[in-house]
Design a protein. Sequence first.
Length: 360
Amino acid sequence: MIRVGVNGYGTIGKRVADAVDAQPDMEVIGVAKTQPNFEAHTAVKRGYPMYAAIPERMPLFSEAGIDVEGAVDEMVADADVVVDCTPSGIGADNKALYESHDTPAIFQGGEDADVGEVSFNARANYDDAVGVDYVRTVSCNTTGLSRIIAPLREEYGVEKVRATLVRRGGDPGQNSRGPINDILPNPIHIPSHHGPDVNTIFPDLSIDTLGLKVPATLMHVHSLNVTLEDDVTAAHVRQLLESESRVYVIPEGLGIDGAGKLKDFALDAGRPRGDLWENCVWGESIAVEGRDLYLFQAIHQESDVIPENVDAIRAMTESAEQAESMVTTDEHVGIGITGDPSGFSHEDDDAVAETELADD
């Protein structure tokens, strides 16, 4: 079993911990928190050993009725891999801790690319992370773009990508984020940082990105224009994307016309926390003019990077090849949406049921 510690148990960390816990070849040996808030109580209820990210605060956990196993450095020393899910910038500061214990670590997309030896997307460059000690899983938006670009490059070749990213102001719990009533070019300069980040996965790709920030918390929405090297049909592109396990092509007949209904769709289907780990591409938006492909996709910023973290663990520990890892991750997380009216396969229902039983 691969022994995994999770440093930071917030929006990403709690999802990573649950995904790792669901894998047959991994175990969560602990999670670290800076304070005994509701998420710390949730972690303990789920059976995760708790460690204090700031040793001086250990008494606060005891006062809150939470037993602490020790300080975070003890968890790091005991882990085969640590997944750092701390806020942007903190992960880079934590790297010295991981190095001092010679413990490999995974960082999130909010860190600068140079925090790791490799920026990682399971579909696009899994092999680059094999045996590597420090890996950065790219951001939610870069993950979503990479999952679309990889099969298009393989099947048709890609001459140019142009993407406009309409981004949520913050996650549901980030009540200090905005805008409240505005639409912001963010950043105003072009390109946005997303294009260069995609280039950490595809160094030779020509890509321009523009960003907007809107008063919403649900999901990001991307408008994509990809100039391909080969002439194709929209039907062929749709068939290609439907074959990708982490891309869901939304059927026209379901009446899902926006991110709000996508979230309702996930909640109604019993997805934990209403998560959508897959890119959600509106099927009717897939259009081709000559060699130019157009489509809209929605990216759930809280969850799409979760399976990538799991796959990065296997790559770094050299415990599985790409295809095997992705299939195992998908099966045990519960990834996969079919075109039937329920939206989710029977296998997904089983995975959700197993998760709910484990939570009880």
